[in-house]
Design a protein around this ligand. Structure first.
Ligand SMILES: Cc1cc2nc3c(=O)[nH]c(=O)nc-3n(C[C@H](O)[C@H](O)[C@H](O)COP(=O)(O)O)c2cc1C
Length: 388
């Protein structure tokens, strides 16, 4: 894999194929898929087809799963391994959201470390490709280091450390703890990636120098500036780390061209268009209304970005003059994030409902059930792997 340093972090509905390709075009050297729910993945063909798309240039690639059922996790991982589309399977031990609490996965597995161990060991012994883990930190440094060591002993080939506690959900409100990441890096022999507060190239250099890590992951920074890893710009002033507006306009157009080549659900596209175009749409509020109220389509998004470009050209400037106050803009941003979070929870609940329906006897026209895909029996010899 060439020891890539610059990683697109896993992001539900946001580290999808066209966005990964956009970031790769601008300096990212590796990428994670969004987290996939292992059980739904094994049982729901529609989910698989919608949630995991890739192309030959989309490498190196880590496919990330969440699960609290080691058997389903291994089965899902084997399905992906058989597709030959990725370089590692990553397990999400970091998701702090309510949806993860309900499912007992992500960061809530920090309360059940034997299960974490079983999940990592199960994949390490049951797959030919490597298993990696993305973890959060505990309040106690020694516990964090011991946790990371355990994950390594269980067979993780690489560990990504998000330097925040499970309780620290508001990312902008808390700085990631690079000291904890540094301590983990010092304690492990496998590669360690640092995650948290990477907003521009200056942060990348500072983080690698401070923590000694082998690479970094960026999430929110890349959403604001997909070209964050491109060595082309002076570090921006603190606080404002979005790419300059003119560049964002060009990046939005490039992203939409990638969506045309690699179609994905429009809710993902909408999220990126809003993130990249927020201040332009705050000037051209008629266009904002149009994409919020119109029937979503790639054509609508593309035409909107093109119209903004035409208007900017006519005005002779490559920056917007927002017609809203900063407070109004922040409120809109919050609302957009809330909408996306609700949609995500509803989607997972729907997918689980669909599975339940099938199991309840199939033949249900509403959910497309009727044994469309029967779950094969899981035949995994856990004792052969030393797992009780
Ligand atoms: C929109 C969004 C979706 C995310 N989805 C996932 C996910 O699917 N899996 C995961 O492990 N972390 C997920 N995260 C967390 C990020 O991968 C990352 O750990 C976190 O944002 C901290 O990095 P940052 O400071 O660079 O934003 C998500 C973050 C964001 C902003």
């Amino acid at each position: 894999m060439g020891a890539p340093k610059y990683h697109v972090a896993p992001m539900v509905d946001q580290s999808e194929l066209p966005f990964r390709m956009l970031c790769r075009n601008h300096g990212a050297t590796c990428a994670y898929t969004p987290m996939l729910h292992a059980r739904i993945f094994t049982q729901d063909k529609k989910y698989r087809e919608e949630m995991l798309t890739t192309c030959t240039e989309d490498r190196p690639l880590f496919v990330q799963f969440c699960s609290n059922e080691p058997q389903h996790l291994l089965k899902a991982a084997r399905m992906v391994e058989a597709m030959g589309i990725c370089d590692a399977i990553d397990i999400n031990f970091g998701c702090p959201q309510r949806i993860a609490k309900r499912g007992g996965y992500g960061a809530f597995l920090m309360d059940d470390l034997p299960k974490v161990e079983a999940m990592v060991r199960g994949l390490a012994q049951g797959l030919r490709i490597p298993v990696t883990a993305k973890i959060r930190i505990f309040p106690d440094l020694a516990k964090t280091v011991e946790y990371a060591r355990m994950v390594e002993r269980a067979g993780a080939w690489l560990v990504a450390v998000h330097g925040r506690l499970r309780e620290q959900k508001d990312l902008s409100a808390t700085r990631a703890d690079w000291d904890a990441i540094r301590a983990v890096k010092a304690a492990l022999s496998v590669p360690v990636l640092a995650n948290g507060n990477i907003r521009h190239l200056g942060d990348v250099d500072a983080c690698l120098a401070y923590t000694g890590c082998d690479g970094v992951l960026s999430a929110e920074g890349l959403l604001a500036d997909p070209a964050l890893f491109a060595p082309r710009r002076e570090p921006v002033a603190s606080g404002d780390y979005a790419a300059p507006p003119g560049e964002r306009l060009a990046l939005a157009a490039e992203y939409l061209a990638l969506v045309a080549a690699h179609p994905v659900p429009l809710r993902m596209v909408r999220g990126h268009v809003h993130k990249l175009m927020w201040d332009w749409l705050a000037e051209h509020t008629d266009l904002r209304e149009r994409i919020n109220r119109g029937v979503p389509s790639l054509g609508l998004f593309t035409e909107t970005v093109e119209e903004v470009r035409r208007r900017a050209e006519a005005a002779g400037r490559d920056y917007p003059v927002p017609a809203m106050s900063a407070a109004e803009l922040a409120a809109l941003d919050k609302e957009e994030a809330r909408r996306a979070a609700i949609e995500e929870q509803e989607r997972e609940a729907d997918a689980l409902d669909r599975l339940q329906h099938r199991r309840a006897g199939g033949g249900c026209g509403e959910c497309g059930g009727g044994g469309e895909e029967e779950e094969e029996e899981l035949v995994i010899d856990w004792s052969a792997m030393g797992i009780e």
